[in-house]
Design a protein around this ligand. Structure first.
Ligand SMILES: Cc1cc2nc3c(=O)[nH]c(=O)nc-3n(C[C@H](O)[C@H](O)[C@H](O)COP(=O)(O)O)c2cc1C
Length: 357
């Protein structure tokens, strides 16, 4: 079996994007049960939570699924850096009646321990973003029976994953919601549209390519497959799904998003990510470059974002969403994927008629 064969066997070649903070096992189960491929976003999970979450998916469905980790560097900022970062956030905490948090002991879960838990859980597919993983980790996942998918924002990143022995590349175009996965070049050189990125990675790397970014319905699915993608990965399109854990103010902001609503920011997490533009993004823009890198800034804004969510203050929340967010619809995830696939088939038929094929 190869990853391509696994995709060929999928009744619906749609991958539900792993979305830390918006999805966990329920959405992955619903999507895989419907014949597409669900993903467990495990970045925010403690190492000992990963195995049980994978078990819950296995118990609920015998269909394939993916588990995703974000390759976070081990951060060790000094006290002065933390004081400066917290001082920049103090007025925002004060607005919510809070003191800034004390210096945290850790800034993210230990990636090596998460990876070990992932290898032990041996999901059908292990996917990664933010960086590559060491070659021996790729080997360990293969020995465990997991295919490895690496996220690339550029052709060079796709080549890096291919050289490591990855089985497939997730080509994340600049339209995508959530964090950028760039790890070789700076952000300005890592913003390639999905259409150009899928085609150029296909031409450069002899691996299945998954198209991600801006795909919201069956027309987008058909377009990406026509471009040579083996599957599509959709994130924002699932944010309003019944089984997503997108919180209520975030859902409401999506429903109310106007024209041209998203922007990239590093103000919330220290890594560029696309979300609905809001006050925090706008007012932090001038000092964005001074903020500590992910995961430090991410950890320091966590209590702020949690408190903002509680009080429904969307101006201070990270409302991650992709460029085509206004097309998101609320429905059970199974209904969404079945509808998108029917639309993709209709789009392909219409195209055949147009081209006389
Ligand atoms: C709310 C949100 C959270 C995300 N979290 C992750 C994540 O944990 N891991 C990951 O690899 N990608 C993550 N992504 C990016 C998606 O994998 C994918 O690239 C993106 O959703 C595709 O673009 P679209 O949102 O326009 O469909 C996230 C995206 C969103 C919108």
């Amino acid at each position: 079996m190869s990853l391509q064969a696994l995709f060929d066997d999928l009744p619906i070649p749609i991958i539900q994007a792993p979305m830390a903070g918006a999805t966990f096992d329920a959405l992955a189960i619903a999507v895989s049960r419907a014949g597409a491929l669900g993903s467990l976003a495990a970045a925010g999970a403690a190492p000992d939570e990963i195995g049980p979450a994978v078990d819950s998916i296995r118990t609920a469905t015998d269909r394939p699924f993916a588990v995703n980790l974000l390759v976070a560097p081990r951060a060790a900022p000094d006290a002065a850096e933390l004081d400066a970062a917290l001082a920049r956030l103090a007025p925002w905490y004060a607005e919510l009646g809070l003191e800034p948090p004390a210096h945290p002991n850790r800034f993210s879960h230990d990636f090596d321990a998460q990876l070990a838990a992932l290898v032990a859980a041996a999901p059908p597919i292990a996917s990664f973003a933010f960086d590559t993983i060491p070659p021996d980790a790729v080997d360990a996942l293969h020995r465990a029976g997991s295919y490895v998918i690496g996220t690339a924002n550029t052709v060079a990143e796709a080549r890096a994953w291919a050289e490591l022995g990855a089985d497939g590349i997730c080509a994340q175009g600049m339209e995508a919601g959530g964090h950028r996965g760039n790890f070789l070049a700076e952000i300005d050189d890592s913003l390639i549209g999905t259409m150009a990125l899928v085609a150029t990675i296909r031409a450069a790397v002899n691996l299945p390519v998954i198209a991600a970014g801006g795909i919201m319905d069956g027309r987008g699915v058909a377009a990406a497959l026509a471009l040579g993608a083996s599957a599509v990965q959709m994130g924002t399109a699932f944010l309003l799904a019944d089984e997503a854990i997108t919180n209520a103010p975030w859902r409401q902001a999506i429903v109310q998003a106007g024209d041209d609503p998203t922007r990239l920011t590093r103000a919330f997490s220290g890594r560029y990510a696309r979300g609905l533009e809001n006050r925090f993004m706008r007012e932090m823009r001038a000092i964005e470059d001074e903020l500590p890198a992910y995961p430090v800034q991410n950890r320091l804004t966590q209590p702020l974002r949690a408190a903002a969510e509680k009080s429904g203050e969307t101006g201070l929340m990270s409302l991650w969403a992709g460029q085509a967010v206004t097309l998101a619809e609320a429905a059970p995830a199974g209904d969404l994927v079945r509808r998108w696939w029917a639309e993709a088939q209709a789009a392909a038929r219409a195209l055949s008629a147009r081209t006389g094929a």
